[in-house]
Design a protein around this ligand. Structure first.
Ligand code: BDR
Ligand code: CA
Length: 312
């Protein structure tokens, strides 16, 4: 089996946690590192949470590197209301046994990607893009060297979820996102237009719960927590499962429909801070960005249930 090398940059976060569990359970992925960033909760907490999820998956072979504590130029935000005070919903936040690795997220990204064959390491980005922007500053050749940068972030037809015109990850560090989108990186982007089609319905949660043990139950706990919060805060019945779309695309690209585009990020306006301007009228041959316009929500949940069921 040809395995896809991968780094996951994340801010767990209940949906990040499900994305991590899916990656940990997928033998086609050679997960080189998990890097963390301040986002949903502070970076000390996202780093501990990544280690908790690694322990749940029994994958202490994968190093976790701590990254940026704050956005490039803005104050740290936080989305604790959607993830719980400790970031992992109802999961008890115990101190995991294995520590974080020595060295920073940025150093790890640069070292792993520059040592590998060109275009062979993909990067899945599930939080604010601070670490990625800092890595590109530290090593500009990274942009040409990286495989696909698979991002959860942004919104076009769905407007926003933190403000009327912006999605949280891009809004939290718009300056970093602007730098990364302007770089030579090839990017595959799952914004709210796609992730709002991937919802944790009661039936889908019950299918995960029916596995009865292991990481599937942890994932089910995350999705059920989101269901409760979504009903309380947003008034929708089933919560979107954003971050796992990045990993699901790497495993089964046919679950999504992508359109070539050019994406730019608003940094100058307070009103529309972090808005993603997604322009479809680009020359397909030169487009570096792909925007997800459609997602098979049932297919994504089936994939998660199958993979986590296989390691239970
Ligand atoms: C994104 O924001 C975070 O709260 C989630 O973890 C996800 O990465 C969705 O807008
Ligand atoms: Ca996230």
């Amino acid at each position: 089996m040809k395995r896809q090398s991968l780094i996951i940059d994340c801010d767990p976060g209940v949906d990040d946690a499900v994305g991590l569990l899916l990656a940990f359970a997928s033998p086609e992925l050679d997960l080189k590192a998990v890097t963390t960033v301040g986002g949903n909760v502070p970076v000390e907490t996202t780093t501990r949470n990544a280690r908790i999820i690694r322990q749940v998956a029994g994958r202490e072979d994968v190093p976790v590197f701590a990254g940026a504590a704050r956005p490039l130029r803005r104050d740290p935000a936080g989305a604790g209301a959607f993830h719980g005070a400790e970031g992992l919903g109802d999961l008890e936040a115990v101190e995991p046994e294995a520590p974080a690795a020595d060295g920073s997220a940025v150093e790890a990204m640069v070292r792993i990607v520059m040592a590998a064959a060109p275009k062979s390491v993909a990067l899945a980005v599930m939080g604010p893009m601070t670490n990625v922007a800092l890595a590109l500053r530290a090593e500009p050749r990274l942009a040409e060297r990286l495989g696909p940068v698979v991002v959860m972030g942004g919104a076009r037809s769905e407007g926003g979820n933190i403000t009327p015109s912006a999605e949280f990850n891009i809004w939290a560090d718009p300056d970093a996102a602007a730098e990364v989108f302007a770089s030579a990186c090839e990017m595959v982007v799952f914004g709210l237009d796609a992730t709002h089609q991937v919802r944790g319905t009661e039936e889908r949660i019950q299918a995960l719960e029916a596995v009865g043990k292991g990481p599937a139950l942890t994932a089910a706990m995350m999705v059920r927590f989101s269901q409760r919060i979504e009903r309380d805060i947003v008034g929708w019945d089933a919560a979107p499962l954003h971050d796992p779309c990045t990993v699901a695309w790497l495993l089964k690209p046919g679950l999504f429909r992508l359109t070539p585009c050019r994406i730019e990020v608003e940094t100058g306006s307070d009103l529309t801070r972090g808005h993603t301007a997604v322009e479809f009228r680009v020359d397909e041959a030169s487009a570096r960005h792909l925007w997800a316009v459609e997602a098979d929500g049932q297919g994504v949940f089936d994939l998660i249930t199958e993979r986590l069921g296989a390691v239970a």
